[in-house]
Design a protein around this ligand. Structure first.
Ligand SMILES: [Zn+2]
Length: 137
């Protein structure tokens, strides 16, 4: 029987924070956020690069009423980027969920790193080295 990939949610979040891949909502100046069109353009490019069909819909709605996080719904193949989540690394994080159909595990991290590298957010060597330190790769 194949072993279920280990859930690394907290480690992935800690790793992202340590790298400063994105800013928390309260720290983002309004003019530093992407527009929904810019988010959608990154989604389409990242899906094409990943040889994956684009999502059915990219929403600006919240998924959870009490939280502002970006989200990926595998059943409907929809991504969401509510206000304060529209930053390149966050968009790529959700695309990595969409194309791998994985949660926060090593398969997801590998894809996320590949996208962060291709989109020039951070170089692959730095991402891989730090991901190993956090035990997520
Ligand atoms: Zn995630």
């Amino acid at each position: 029987m194949k072993e279920k990939p280990r859930d690394l949610t907290q480690q992935v979040y800690d790793w992202e924070l340590s790298l400063g891949l994105f800013l928390w909502a309260r720290d983002i100046p309004a003019d530093k956020q992407l527009t929904m069109d810019e988010c959608k353009a990154i989604v389409v490019d990242a899906c094409t690069l990943s040889q994956s069909p684009p999502p059915h819909h990219v929403s600006e709605e919240r998924y959870w009423t009490d939280r502002y996080c970006a989200w990926c719904d595998h059943t409907s193949r929809c991504l969401g980027f509510p206000e304060d989540t529209r930053q390149p690394a966050i968009v790529l994080h959700e695309v990595a969920h969409l194309v791998t159909r994985h949660g926060h595990d090593a398969v997801f991290v590998e894809k996320y790193i590949a996208l962060l590298d291709v989109f020039n957010i951070r170089p692959r060597w730095e991402l891989e080295a730090t991901a190993h330190e956090y035990g997520i790769l």
